[in-house]
Design a binder for this molecule. Structure first.
Ligand code: 3HC
Ligand code: NAI
Length: 705
């Protein structure tokens, strides 16, 4: 075997030259991989013992694309480039076969498309996820993929960034053979067959009949733009992909490649791409807990108990059933239990109707679900997740009881949104096994899971819950104990500002517009209408009834979307908020009764008040050690609350604005609106004064304590 670079080697097997890449952990196409491949191809070309060439990766996957860490390097576009590798592959005079396992993504998939043939394992996945990094496929993907799949399907695949299975790739002509068993042996056999049957060197660039439809029907592009407009609002890369494919259809191959290159460079330099690439690593960083090493022992989770079959209990249960983990769910009455189980079944049935799962899946999942009316049914489960009403006394009673019922080693978790996990843990004889698992609603869909680490939670329990979270498809982020943890506490800061703006300055539609235009899926008041205004509303205890806008709305039966109106009106079957004059009058009356003289405010200041109040709260959270890293806060806000990912995350955004600028604005706003909550937090002032960013701030001392 000849070593060509630190990651690429070459050897001849059965008359076939095999180029092998081994660049752990995932074979990203770093500089030395690209250089090794170029050198290796030259060697294989001139090697008379090799009649064909196989491209193979060691380790867990075929190339998943370019090395993203290199994008920050100004020389990233210089040779050796992925495009250079592909030119050599495609131009080779001997057949080149890509042997794909794991994931062939981005530049990795583009490299495979430059080969004359592709074989793959049945479990392999292929895709062009560049759009998720704020860029477009920049090594010929937008020019070659439509030549195989046609324009519509290629656009769908590239603008969603979602991979397809090997089976789908075979059906679409992207893969020539699925190899059962040993991949390399299968690829070598395929290569020898190509040689013995004298099969042609298939170069995707040579055929363009699949582009014909789009050439005759250019409207396909505008129709496609319209179809993805809502989902891609604010993102730059999807439009760049469409423009590049327009080039594919109208330009000769090499010119289309140059067009793609120009768009790629434009995207790569954009703030959106930088933010999305930052977020790629932030998400992966959330899995790392400094004092809980990777090899921390974990407990097996094979049976789950859920207490409460309400909104959250039902959704939480589905996560486990989806992974074929049995769940016992406990309720207080047969009626509540039947209702809860019924909703789960209905949800599965509707998913099956949409074709996303089969009827058999529904049956299997429901067969793993057991209902019970006694907590004793949880005696042999590995974890209990409590999702009863948000009432401390009730939760304490439940934990005291399950402590006496559940087997030793069983993890006792609460889905509380706000309450103190330490107080709950103190009710048990095993506080080391108690943890918060804060799922978000709808719990079977939302990806975020805040894992609340109590003072006594053991590392083993924490590591188990992080692993379990990933297993059920969640993005698990560890947080500390405080009211509302990270996500809801920061949301509270924004809500207080929007409430104050409502009382003193602006109408719901104006406040929400600012938030929506910033990139959130909806504004604060539309969000409340969605959740229901009566959540947490206590009819009789509400102080200041006349000046409390929510109280005024609730007593008029305006409870939100579910009653057809709240802060806004909703037409039957519609979720589009329509401003209502009566509500606006209620708001004006409430201000008057409170003796407030309403004042105009600019959209810019509204945004600053809401977002900078969040930044301020984030600084307090970091200072208190509730979040371990600023990037964790960003992950929580993107996955839990729809923070626009092309702005990186809350603290990343603040770093871009400059913490000194934010401090200056907060000082001005706290005086102008007489709001002590807007006074800059000590940590924010300190970082700003030292010219630092949230990224620079790491505080681990409390972990060692
Ligand atoms: N570049 C650099 N590092 C990468 C990487 C990449 N392309 N892909 C993964 N990594 C790193 C991760 O940061 C992580 O590092 P860590 O252990 O220090 O946290 C490690 O590899 C393992 O990654 P995951 O934890 O994500 O491992 P999984 O097994 O869960 O997933 C994967 C593997 C499916 C390959 C996933 O990592 C992934 O989706 N990678 C990115 C794919 C991608 O976006 N490709 C396009 C790149 S851009 C491009 O190719 C441009 C071209 O068009 C010119
Ligand atoms: P819910 O009111 O829909 O459901 C609670 C269920 O618990 C009811 O079905 C009730 O009958 C049952 N229950 C009450 N006492 C019980 C007991 N002793 N034993 C067994 N079952 C009992 O409430 P929801 O919304 O599901 O909230 C549950 C918990 O999840 C709360 O702590 C809440 O703060 C939290 N949470 C709620 C979110 C939401 O958006 N609804 C989001 C995240 C967390």
């Amino acid at each position: 075997m000849k070593k060509l670079s630190q990651s690429v080697s070459y050897e001849v097997k059965d008359g076939v030259g095999v180029l092998i890449s081994n660049n752990p952990p995932v074979n990203a196409m770093s500089y030395h991989v690209r250089q090794g491949l170029i050198d290796g191809l030259e060697m294989a070309q001139s090697d008379e013992n090799a009649q064909a060439i196989v491209l193979h990766c060691e380790g867990r996957t075929f190339f998943p694309g370019m090395d993203i860490t290199e994008f920050a390097n100004p020389n990233v576009l210089e040779a050796p480039t992925t495009t250079g590798v592909i030119e050599k592959l495609e131009g080779a005079s001997k057949p080149v076969i890509a042997a794909i396992h794991g994931t062939a993504l981005g530049g990795g998939f583009e490299t495979a498309l430059g080969c004359h043939y592709r074989v793959a394992t049945p479990s392999a996945k292929l895709g062009l996820p560049e759009v998720k990094l704020g860029i477009l496929p920049g090594a010929g993907g937008t020019v070659r993929l439509p030549r195989v799949l046609g324009v519509q399907k290629a656009l769908e695949m590239m603008t969603s960034g979602n991979p397809i299975s090997a089976g789908q790739a075979l059906a679409g002509g992207l893969v020539d053979e699925i190899v059962e068993g040993d991949l390399l042996a299968g690829a070598l056999a395929f290569a020898k067959n190509v040689v013995s049957e004298n099969k042609p060197l298939v170069r995707i660039r040579d055929s363009d009949d699949k582009l014909e439809d789009a050439r005759e029907n250019r409207a396909i592009f505008d129709d496609f733009r319209k179809s993805i407009a809502r989902k891609t609002r604010g993102f730059k890369a999807p439009e760049a992909i469409i423009r590049s494919v327009e080039g594919t259809v109208s330009l000769p191959f090499d010119e289309a490649l140059r067009n793609e290159r120009d768009l790629f460079v434009e995207c790569l330099k954009s703030p959106e791409a930088k933010a999305q690439q930052y977020f790629f690593f932030a998400e992966r960083g959330a899995r790392k807990i400094p004092d809980v090493p990777k090899d921390t022992p974990t407990r097996a989770i094979q049976k789950v108990g859920v207490i409460g079959a309400g909104t959250m209990g039902g959704g939480i249960t589905m996560n486990f059933l989806n992974r074929e983990i049995p769940v016992t769910i406990v309720e207080t009455s047969q009626e509540a239990l039947d209702r809860g189980l019924g909703i789960i079944e209905k949800n599965y049935a509707s998913t099956a109707k949409k074709g996303r799962i089969t009827e058999d899946d529904v049956k299997t999942r429901m067969s793993l679900l057991t209902g019970a009316l006694e907590l004793e049914a949880l005696a042999d489960v590995d974890i209990v997740i409590e999702a009863v009403f948000e009432d401390m006394d009730l939760k304490k009673t439940v934990f005291e009881k399950i402590d006496g019922i559940c087997k030793p080693g069983c993890i006792l978790a609460s889905n509380t949104s706000y309450l103190n996990i330490n107080e709950i843990a103190a009710m048990t004889s095993r506080p080391q096994d108690v943890i918060g698992l804060h799922f978000f609603s709808p719990a079977n869909i939302m990806r975020l899971l805040e894992v609340v680490r109590g003072d006594e939670t053991s590392k083993e329990v924490l590591a188990t819950c992080m692993k379990m979270g990933a297993h059920i498809g969640k993005i698990a982020v560890v947080v500390g104990v405080c009211r509302g943890f990270v996500g809801n506490r920061i949301l509270g800061a924004r809500m207080r500002q929007s409430d104050d703006l409502l009382k003193k300055n602006a109408m719901p539609k104006e406040i929400d517009k600012v938030v929506f235009d910033f990139g959130f899926p909806m504004g604060s008041f539309a969000m409340r209408d969605l959740a229901g205004l009566d959540i947490g509303w206590e009819r009789d205890k509400t102080p200041d009834k006349d000046t409390n806008i929510r109280h005024q709305l609730c007593t008029r039966g305006r409870l939100g979307q579910k009653t057809g109106g709240g802060f806004y009106d909703y037409e039957a079957g519609s979720r589009v908020p329509v401003p209502n004059a009566e509500v606006e009058q209620i708001i004006l009356d409430a201000s008057e009764k409170a003796g407030v003289t309403r004042k105009e405010i600019s959209g810019e200041d509204m945004l600053k008040r809401m977002v900078y109040a969040m930044v301020n709260e984030a600084a307090k959270i970091l200072d208190e050690g509730i979040a371990l890293r600023a990037s964790h806060i960003d992950v929580i806000w993107v996955y839990g609350y729809g923070w626009p990912i092309y702005r990186g995350g809350l603290t990343y955004y603040a770093d871009q604005i400059g913490l000194d600028n934010i401090v200056a604005d907060l000082e001005r706003l706290s005086t102008e609106y007489n709001d002590p909550e807007l006074e800059p937090a000590p940590l924010l002032r300190e970082l700003a004064k030292e010219g630092k960013t949230f990224r620079d701030y790491v505080r681990l001392d409390h972990l060692e304590a």
